[in-house]
Design a protein. Structure first.
Length: 86
């Protein structure tokens, strides 16, 4: 089982595998040049289960979305009772 710090650092910032994604911001810029959009997906179930300060992970996902140039974000929680209603 993964806990806090596996997908996020201690400050709540997502940890990106730079071997697979060496320049995520550049990837998004290239997608935009092609007329495409890109989105960030965050699933905070694990962090919510292991850390009482789980909101820092939502904040980290939101920061990454902006800083890396993504056009949208999809955040999931755990279970129907945590689904966000718009």
């Amino acid at each position: 089982i993964f806990g806090a710090g596996t997908y996020y650092d201690n400050d709540g910032n997502p940890v990106i595998n730079t071997k697979l994604f060496p320049d995520m911001k550049g990837m998004n810029e290239y997608a935009h040049q092609l007329g495409l959009t890109s989105g960030w997906y965050g699933n905070n179930c694990i962090c919510r289960s292991f850390d009482t300060n789980f909101f820092k992970y939502y904040d980290g996902d939101a920061r990454a979305t902006v800083e890396l140039g993504f056009d949208s974000i999809k955040l999931d929680g755990c279970g129907a009772q945590l689904n966000m209603q718009l």
